[in-house]
Write a protein that binds this ligand. Structure first.
Ligand code: MN
Length: 390
């Protein structure tokens, strides 16, 4: 007997873009995945968090996900998940995923049913379904939640043919810069670690006696993802009594993309604009990223990005981004940075810009709040504290 499941994650149904067309693309990717699940008769789906882009989605997005999960339910295809960092509202304990769990449209493996506090430890159980044991821990809303992994005892069903662990973190094995969890803190004893949060697609990271897999987001969620990721998709895994027998990456349809690099050295805003415009072609909804880099003549602020964008849109591009983060002008001061991790780079950059130690500290506070979805309550008081004590 062989069973088959899909591993996906980071669907981000919601208002990822200001543009409805792109938000519809994100929905289309999800319904395409559901089509695949039904057509190829998979037994269940494992979703590693961020079904929604926000903890309080619009009614249309709620209805869309309800309809898609109903299609699965009619075919008796179960949907196992944990809340991702985006599925939980700021300061909320429960997640939008819990609503769907209570309505029987999915199973939230991070609900209280599976997670019990026992003294200082947390006892995690899971479900055995079609001889697969599945357990999971949700993504983080604050740094405190990393600590869960250090006090976790998992009650693994040793009789299951395969053991699946779902989590929503960027592990250190992907690199130290963006990590929010040390790989070694993951519980041991699983065959398949269904990872989410990192929107790139990374296969086959060995851990303990199993493998960690990041399917990536089902659609490009920002400019960076468009530029750095060749494709989007999800995993299809088959298993039998002797364990996992095959893993395949199934591609999802995405729009064609065009990435245009423009060297700005010695050119003024007029030349840069006409060079950009000369490279645009009439098309049927491609994604366009224009990267302007180098040192231009005149001021950066003179470059009319909105005008470049509307010219591109008029030719049919569905998404246009003009990136000037590597564009400098005669006013730009060159700051050379030696640090390697993000937080040190921020420190060094702000100090070089002439900000005081207290101001750098305050900037960190704000960056940290934004990154971790912490409430901005109390920020004002902290600002007063910092500046008064200066
Ligand atoms: Mn995500």
């Amino acid at each position: 007997m062989t069973y088959k499941f899909i591993h996906t994650g980071d669907t981000h149904i919601g208002n990822v873009y200001k543009d409805k067309q792109r938000n519809d693309d994100i929905k289309r990717a999800f319904s395409e995945l559901i089509d695949y699940a039904i057509d190829s008769k998979v037994d269940f789906i494992v979703h590693s968090g961020d079904v929604f882009d926000s903890g309080s989605p619009d009614i249309n997005d709620l209805l869309f996900v309800t309809d898609q999960l109903h299609r699965l339910k009619e075919e008796n295809i179960k949907f196992f998940t944990v809340p991702g960092s985006h599925d939980v509202g700021v300061g909320e304990e429960l997640s939008i995923v819990d609503l769907f769990d209570r309505n029987g449209l999915l199973i939230n493996l991070n609900s209280n049913k599976y997670m019990k506090k026992e003294g200082d430890r947390i006892h995690l159980s899971g479900i055995t379904y079609l001889n697969a044991f599945i357990a999971g821990v949700r993504g983080k809303r604050s740094r405190v939640e990393d600590e869960i992994f250090k006090v976790l005892d998992v009650d693994i069903d040793q009789n299951a043919w395969i053991k699946i662990f779902i989590f929503h973190h960027t592990i250190s094995a992907l690199g130290e810069t963006f990590k929010d969890l040390d790989t070694e803190n993951l519980p041991k004893g699983f065959d398949y670690y269904a990872a989410g949060h990192w929107h790139g697609h990374r296969d086959n990271i060995p851990y303990n006696n199993g493998i960690i897999q990041y399917p990536g987001s089902t659609e490009y969620c920002d400019e960076k993802e468009i530029v750095s990721n060749p494709n989007r998709g999800f995993y299809v895994i088959e298993y039998s009594e002797s364990g996992i027998s095959s893993i395949r990456y199934q591609l999802l349809k995405t729009r064609e993309k065009e990435i245009i690099y423009i060297n700005a050295d010695g050119k003024d805003q007029k030349q840069l604009k006409s060079e950009a415009l000369s490279k645009f072609k009439q098309n049927d909804g491609k994604l366009l990223v224009v990267i302007v880099e180098g040192k231009m003549n005149g001021k950066r602020t003179e470059l009319d990005i909105q005008d470049i964008k509307s010219n591109a849109k008029a030719l049919g591009y569905s998404y246009v981004s003009v990136n000037i983060s590597r564009l400098s002008d005669s006013d730009s001061e060159n700051i050379s940075i030696k640090s390697e991790n993000i937080s040190d780079i921020e420190d060094e950059f702000l100090s070089a810009k002439g900000y005081s130690k207290k101001e750098v500290e305050f900037a960190h506070l704000i960056i940290d709040s934004v990154e971790n979805g912490k409430e901005l309550v109390g920020i004002k008081q902290k600002a007063v504290d910092i500046y008064d004590n200066q």
